[in-house]
Design a protein around this ligand. Structure first.
Ligand SMILES: C[S@@+](CC[C@H](N)C(=O)[O-])C[C@H]1O[C@@H](n2cnc3c(N)ncnc32)[C@H](O)[C@@H]1O
Length: 283
């Protein structure tokens, strides 16, 4: 990854240090059916599966957990008996998580250097964060903390670019994005080069399996301003304040002018897909 791309990741983490409240407020949660599907693939959904295999400290570790959008859905599905942990390098994001999802152990740390023992986690999930941690060092760490036969799942909630609204906004973000920010920070389905780190890491995991599904209930936003606020939390827009303002204004103007961006009874639909991936730890 280029130096510009690394600088962009730092800029995004800086942005979240001060905007974690906005992130928590305007970002959607994840589609429950998709999280359930992934947990089933990871072998932690049914209680009887949890009881099998080598002992573990945590049932699920959510890496890049942020404010806990996915951790909360995982907790809701697995119930109080599951032992959950959440890890993120930005302490402010985890402060929001501790309020939103109490009872989860938290670790302020990057995925590349986790303060967890070897063979201690049944399943690791990266929810909407693997674009930040797609590197061999992070993959080796995930492999280290998983129990033998443990599984790694990746979830992306992808705004569906077949929608004129999403396409309009993505084109603006592409114009104003941080220099060197890879395309997969905007559309992970269009640019799958984030998967290359698995090949680079060698056969420490089985090949990635994939399933893409639409959200059961699509998101509706009340007006153009809410759409702009949502997409300005995208890390690709972590730029200087004047560039961010220009980017937001451009979104506002194009969304208002585009007849294809229909308002349904005053509301705007932001259609989403869940892109799910999973693999198993090899020896
Ligand atoms: C788009 S947010 C996703 C947060 C949350 N999982 C969700 O679904 O809303 C990406 C998160 O990845 C975290 N992150 C960035 N670099 C990371 C790294 N090297 N290791 C782990 N997490 C990282 C960021 O701090 C941020 O909280």
């Amino acid at each position: 990854m280029s130096m510009d791309a690394e600088i962009h990741k730092d800029a995004a983490r800086e942005m979240w240090k001060t905007t974690n409240g906005t992130y928590e407020k305007v970002r959607p949660t994840h589609d429950r059916a998709a999280v359930q599907y992934l947990l089933r693939q990871l072998g932690v959904l049914d209680n009887d599966l949890c009881d099998q295999g080598p002992p573990f400290t945590y049932t699920v570790l959510d890496v890049g957990a942020g404010t806990g959008k996915c951790t909360s859905v995982i907790k809701d599905i697995l119930g109080e008996d599951a032992r959950l942990a959440a890890l993120d390098p930005v302490a402010g994001m985890l402060d929001q998580l501790k309020v939103a999802v109490p009872g989860v152990d938290t670790f302020v740390s990057p995925c590349e250097d986790m303060p967890l023992p070897d063979n201690s986690v049944k399943a690791v999930i990266s929810s909407q964060s693997f674009h930040f941690i797609a590197n061999v060092t992070a993959l080796r760490e995930v492999h280290r903390v998983l129990v033998p036969g443990g599984k790694f799942g990746i979830l992306f909630s992808v705004d569906d670019e077949a929608s004129p609204l999403v396409h309009t906004v993505f084109e603006v973000i592409r114009k104003y994005k941080y220099p060197g920010c890879p395309e997969y920070f905007i559309n992970t389905l269009q640019d799958v080069s984030w998967q290359e780190c698995f090949t680079e890491a060698g056969p420490i995991f089985t090949p990635l399996q994939e399933h893409v599904m639409p959200w059961e209930k699509q998101g509706m936003l009340p007006d153009v301003e809410s759409v702009v606020q949502l997409f300005m939390t995208f890390s690709a827009t972590a730029r200087e304040p004047e560039v961010r303002e220009e980017c937001a204004e451009s979104m506002r103007q194009l969304l208002t002018a585009n007849p294809a961006v229909e308002q349904d009874g005053g509301e705007l639909e932001v259609p989403r897909l869940s892109a799910l991936y999973w693999c198993t730890k090899n020896k």
